[in-house]
Ligand binder design. Sequence first.
Ligand SMILES: *Cc1c(COP(=O)(O)O)cnc(C)c1O
Length: 385
Amino acid sequence: MIPYSRQVIEEDDIAAVEAVLRSDWITQGPAIARFEAAVTEYCGAQYGCAVNSATAGLHLACLAMGLQRGMRLWTSPITFVASANCARYCGASVDFVDIDPRTYCMSIESLTEKLADAEARGRLPDIIVAVDFAGQPCRWDRLAQLKARYGFGLIHDAAHSFGAEYHGKRVGSLGVADCTVFSFHPVKILTTGEGGMVVTDDPSLHEAVSMLRSHGITREPAAMERQDEGAWYYEQQALGYNYRMTDFSAALGASQLAKVDRFIAHRRKMAARYDVLLDGMEVERPWQSPDGVSSFHLYPILLKDSETRHHVFDHLRSVGIHVQVHYIPVHLQPDFMRSGFKRGDFPLAEAYYERTLSIPLHAALTDAEQDQVVEELKRALDEAG
Ligand SMILES: *Cc1c(COP(=O)(O)O)cnc(C)c1O
């Protein structure tokens, strides 16, 4: 089987996890702080808070930024459901902004229009979650201008784009979003099993995220509301969660991070190789903006039409090539349609969804496997006619 993505676990990763398992700490311990420091150093952010998934990280970022009932969050319909669900965990409402037909990220033109309209109606969003789809950065210069003009909070959902660059800066150090959230799920750029991290340059957001990660409890003497009652004393100061990462996950993450440049270089090399191999075939390759460099979490191609995509998907799956579709537009999920979204609400996202297919791309994909994917894709296209 050739998966669309997968983890790459090597002997040194296993040794790093084993060392923690043989130590005294297996839940949140010293490896967490080391991993947080290594990630912030790599991406150029001030603070990092490791959590047990990006979904948890998005929830905590929303809470730390004050999202609550009656407020509004906007995101792209072409993303994983977690980018939108974080609003609902806080009791806030979700709306979407249609996609850019070239990058499949949130369209800046649609966002600009929708913000002007929302301002006129007194319904501006409180938070926008911008997703670097497939690993390609959004137009962060334009998002910065719109943030300055309208004052919304901005969360960078960087689940796809660890190690990507925008105008020469690494994701995490763009200085635009209030919080940036990474995912370390096994299909993403590096893995901790389940896991994620919230990075920020704002010390008060970092403090809030860190406290909410662990039940809303603090043990910091300087932060206490009441007088210390003894060496055992701690305070719950807000309603938090248990969103902590385990120490062995963090050790795996730190070991993976040491080689993440190799993982990303391989993804970029194989994406460039697809660009060549697919040239002349009846597929649209993913356009790359000159403003950034993708980390290529995905390589989404567009087929001629919905029927062709269906046929190609089924053929590739039948020969052991585990292609995937990213994504079913979030507003078309039954649980979202129940709150009033309809087919036709975001036509570019819906048209993209009908034709898209993510073909295999990961840090251990071989030339021979890639050749096989392209050969089977050709066969399926010939059959589809
Ligand atoms: C994977 C993903 C998430 C959620 O990540 P988890 O770590 O699995 O919770 C959020 N947003 C996007 C865009 C993703 O692809």
